[in-house]
Design a protein around this ligand. Structure first.
Ligand code: BF8
Ligand code: SF4
Length: 678
């Protein structure tokens, strides 16, 4: 770990111990979101069970599982680590706490990698089928991005048609899933700096192929294979770097097929729902589905009006919501933890879902309100819901059928006079900041070297550094409390923030993604920086810039990796020297575990605000919070208190900015190379 000015922050342990972490477990009103609170009052009165009730019913949760020392890898178990000595200190096979914790953790990484990468594979397949003429409803909407991506991964682009190039890009991507040699994944190597490539090669963490690394994790964690916690964790890192490869493929191909996001205005929270429209919520992750629903809805608007509705109202939840927000300005209904509460407004006609973060509990709530729940992917079905198979060869037809189902459900809702209750809370937001869009803003100030606008602002002390906001909701933290408190605290301390996923939906819902938030919360340096960016770009922006910059869905964390890579290259250092931190204030999913791990392996301090199951092994704990820094330059900050977390993030930024400036000054004064130590 680096040495901070405030030595009290040096402690790698969280400020609150396990027993005191959860306050009032029987109170289900665990949120600071006023819209969610209003609906929770209603669900409570009417005995409608949601995640908030189920979380409370699960308390207290099993302490073995919570700490990661329950092993169910073979059915001689389950085994639990019951003490520090004797036979009870090991599983039946002799696995120690450190083996069990490390094995469980890297299996989570493999789960995350599988989810992100299979999402990416769907996109590669659409691109490939499009090039082959078998996906007629899709097109290359951003041919410039296609050429940029092709060039980056080493393809010759001159004289080739879009479709020919699309096919070649898809083939390279397919190869990244199943290569048999060990030269490393192309979509990873093309997007990281030379020094990181060397680091991963030296530490044997360069992924060979995405599928292979997932399989290897499953193999090495099988009963009686890898028992060495450090070796296991390095295997997990390799798999997590395969995860970011899959994420990068997802982002690049989504941009090629659906367009690279540009700044766009919208709104967020349940108040965006208009009861007089045919209301469809798109939920899940894959834009292959949601973008088609959005495009098709525009064409069927008249049918909805003929049914007596004002039109078709689409809103989003989770990352597919972020995808269509970024490219079309589709409003955000809410985020992961409140997905059932959106249904409990009574105003939703169809919720259409694809994959990931879709609660099975939705089905019962839909039943109460006659909302049609539509699954679309063969690997993701929910008993009792409708299933409309979504294949890229007939994507538009499926989208039309889903929208017509919603129109029928709307008529039914109006005929039965079903009451609706829509909390009147929503906030204006600006999103759409792909890396291209961000660099475009910087280019208005420095056209020759746009990224220098950001790095200079750090070097001259105007801003403290950059923080990436990412991740989920977890009721261990009060819903959206960690998110909002951390954003406000970092803003006050002049941190430039970018972000993805449910944390950005929280920020949007709470009015933190607009200029009013800059006026209210930004420290003087950050405000000056954001104002300057706006002044230079005001001709092309429809509003002033926001407090934090929404970069998209969770796979779009790849855009954030590109941002720190640009910064590292501009500063002529490796990533661990860049004043950049990350936080998942309410992390929850396996995907978040994989992301956090590649963030750390990239050389970035990464805070997680809900406790991952690691506390059962001091050894593993010290590897991820301390030793990781020595090897990769990044490390985990595991801290459940949002104010303490903000202090630790700020300390990490202060340390990095200070050290970078000292080294830059020394290099200048003595005419030496810039010191690369971190
Ligand atoms: O991929 S932030 S709860 S929606 S896992 Fe899920 Fe977490 Fe939300 Fe998006 Ni990401
Ligand atoms: Fe128990 Fe070992 Fe089987 Fe795990 S792998 S359940 S520790 S016997």
């Amino acid at each position: 770990m680096p040495r901070f000015r405030d030595t009290s922050l040096q402690n790698s342990k969280p400020s609150v111990d396990r027993k005191n972490r959860i306050k009032e477990p029987k109170n289900i009103m665990r949120t600071v979101d006023p819209a969610a609170l209003e609906i929770l009052e209603y669900t409570k009165e009417n005995n409608i069970i949601t995640a908030f009730d189920r979380w409370s019913a699960q308390q207290p949760q099993c302490a073995f599982g919570y700490q990661g020392i329950c092993c169910r890898i073979c059915f001689a178990g389950p085994c639990r680590i019951k003490g520090v000595e004797g036979p009870g200190s090991m599983g039946i096979c002799g696995a120690r706490d450190y083996t069990i914790v490390a094995r469980n953790a890297i299996r989570m990484m493999a789960g995350g990698c599988s989810a992100h990468s299979d999402h990416g594979r769907e996109l590669v397949e659409v691109l490939y089928h499009l090039a082959e003429g078998h996906a007629p409803d899709y097109e290359v909407r951003d041919p410039d991005k296609l050429r940029r991506v092709a060039k980056k991964i080493g393809l010759e682009i001159e004289g080739k048609s879009d479709l020919d190039l699309a096919k070649e890009v898809a083939e390279v991507a397919f190869e990244d899933y199943g290569r048999h040699t060990s030269e490393g994944c192309k979509f990873l190597k093309a997007n990281i700096c030379e020094k990181r490539i060397k680091k991963y090669e030296e530490t044997d963490t360069m992924p060979r192929a995405i599928d292979r690394e997932v399989v290897e994790v499953m193999h090495r964690t099988h009963v009686g294979v890898d028992a060495d916690p450090v070796n296991l964790i390095f295997g997990g890192i390799k798999c997590s770097l395969a995860d970011v490869t899959g994420e990068h493929i997802s982002t690049d191909i989504s941009d090629i097929l659906f367009g690279t996001p540009k700044p766009v205005m919208s709104e967020a929270n349940l108040g965006v729902i208009d009861p007089d429209k045919v209301n469809i919520i798109v939920h899940g992750h894959n834009p292959v589905l949601s973008q088609m629903v959005v495009d098709t809805a525009r064409e069927l608007e008249e049918e909805a009006k003929a049914a007596g509705a004002k039109g078709i109202g689409i809103s989003g939840i989770c990352c597919t919501g972020n995808e269509v927000l970024m490219r079309n300005g589709v409003p955000i209904a809410t985020s992961y933890m409140a997905q059932e509460l959106a249904i409990a407004t009574g105003a939703i006609d169809v919720m259409v879902v694809d994959v990931q973060c879709i609660m099975p509990g939705l089905r019962n709530v839909c039943e109460c309100f006659n909302t049609k729940l539509v699954t679309t992917m063969s690997i993701s079905k929910i008993p009792g819901s409708y299933h409309f198979s979504f294949e890229d060869s007939k994507a538009k037809k499926s989208a039309e059928a889903i929208i017509r189902l919603a129109i029928e459900a709307y008529k039914d809702r109006k005929n039965t006079g079903r009451p609706v209750r829509i909390p009147q809370f929503k906030n204006k937001l600006m999103a759409g900041f792909s890396l291209e869009a961000l660099l475009d803003l910087f280019a208005a100030i420095n056209p020759d070297n746009p990224i220098k606008v950001l790095t200079d602002a750090i070097i001259n002390g105007e801003i403290a550094g950059v923080c990436a906001l990412a991740g989920c909701n977890n009721l261990e933290a009060v819903y959206e409390k960690n998110h909002t408190e951390i954003v406000k605290e970092l803003a006050k301390n002049n941190v430039f923030m970018v972000g993805t996923g449910c944390v950005m939906q929280a920020a949007a819902k709470h009015g933190l993604l607009n200029y009013e938030a800059v006026e209210k919360y930004a420290g003087p340096g950050l405000k000056r920086f954001i104002d300057r960016l706006y002044e230079a770009n005001k001709d092309k922006l429809s509003d002033k810039l926001p407090l934090a910059f929404h970069m998209g869905s969770c796979v779009d964390n790849s855009r954030i990796l590109d941002l720190w890579t640009e910064m590292a290259n501009a500063l002529n250092v490796d990533v661990p020297k860049v004043p950049f931190v990350a936080t998942a204030p309410e992390g929850m999913s396996e995907k978040a575990v994989a992301i956090g791990t590649w963030v750390v392996a990239s050389g970035i301090p990464c805070h997680v605000g809900a406790m991952p199951p690691l506390e059962g092994s001091n050894l593993v704990w010290s590897v991820v919070t301390c030793i990781a820094h020595d090897v990769f330059g990044g490390y985990f900050i595991l801290e459940t208190d949002p104010q303490e977390a903000a202090k630790k993030l700020l300390a990490a930024l202060e340390y990095r900015a200070w050290k970078l400036k000292v080294h830059m000054k020394a290099a200048e004064e003595y005419g030496t190379e810039l010191c690369q130590a971190f």
